[in-house]
Design a binder for this molecule. Sequence first.
Ligand SMILES: Cc1cc2nc3c(=O)[nH]c(=O)nc-3n(C[C@H](O)[C@H](O)[C@H](O)COP(=O)(O)OP(=O)(O)OC[C@H]3O[C@@H](n4cnc5c(N)ncnc54)[C@H](O)[C@@H]3O)c2cc1C
Length: 248
Amino acid sequence: MTTTPKAPPKLPLATISKRIDVTQDLWRMWLKPQTPFAFKPGQYCTIGVDGLERAYSIASGPFEPEVELFIELVPPPDGNLTPILHKLRVGDRVTMRPRAKGIFTMQDKYRDHLMLATVTGVVPYVSILRSYLHDNRKGHRFFVLMGASYKDEFTYDKELGELAKKHSDFITFIPTVSRPNDPRNVSWTGETGRVNTLVEKYVAKLGLKASDTLVYACGHPGMIEDTRVRTEALGLDFQEERFWKDDE
Ligand SMILES: Cc1cc2nc3c(=O)[nH]c(=O)nc-3n(C[C@H](O)[C@H](O)[C@H](O)COP(=O)(O)OP(=O)(O)OC[C@H]3O[C@@H](n4cnc5c(N)ncnc54)[C@H](O)[C@@H]3O)c2cc1C
């Protein structure tokens, strides 16, 4: 008996409705899905062009009409989809798998949430915080520690800085640059050093206790691995979302 290969399922489309270029290799992109797209804050969507698909965490909250992404270009020859996505403009379309995925979501049972990110790794925290505030929730505390090489890469620093100012009783935002002496970071007066190396300092400074705290790490696999080791040595619970594998 011969079998006929099945044609790949036709995936729903999403239209790029807005785009903001942040640096030469970082951009924000808003997608308007063709069909309603449900997700939980912290989850990711799978988008593609001509069958080439990748996962992207969602920065917007489920209450927002469009799906906001923050993407880093991995230039060719290493990068495959991002060089294609980077060329797309408002009005262009991508495929979007109908179901969001991922378990990197807020764990309500902890009061304190220490959230570490490298650059695009901040995306799930933006969604979690926007949604938490939109839903008028209370009773938790959030401490976002965000690392980048250069200050112009933070992107969500204005939004997170303003949220921390407005809700100083339960949101703290600490951006840190790992190359403080680079001319691109001139006039930087904030925290310095790789974000993972600051774990012990801020766990002590913020008075975080193992019984109340979950540490999150998202983005660069090297940062995540080091954070995991440091966090476990402090006896704190930990969850992670790796955007790629170290050995790839
Ligand atoms: C759950 C999940 C959520 C993700 N969310 C985001 C997101 O919000 N924003 C985002 O930009 N990416 C995100 N990614 C990564 C994304 O899926 C792609 O892997 C990335 O955009 C590169 O795609 P590519 O096809 O160009 O390169 P790929 O073919 O995926 O990778 C090519 C090579 O580049 C390496 N690589 C992949 N990404 C990076 C990177 N950022 N920096 C350096 N090297 C890299 C890979 O290890 C591989 O060796 C996420 C990944 C996962 C698994």
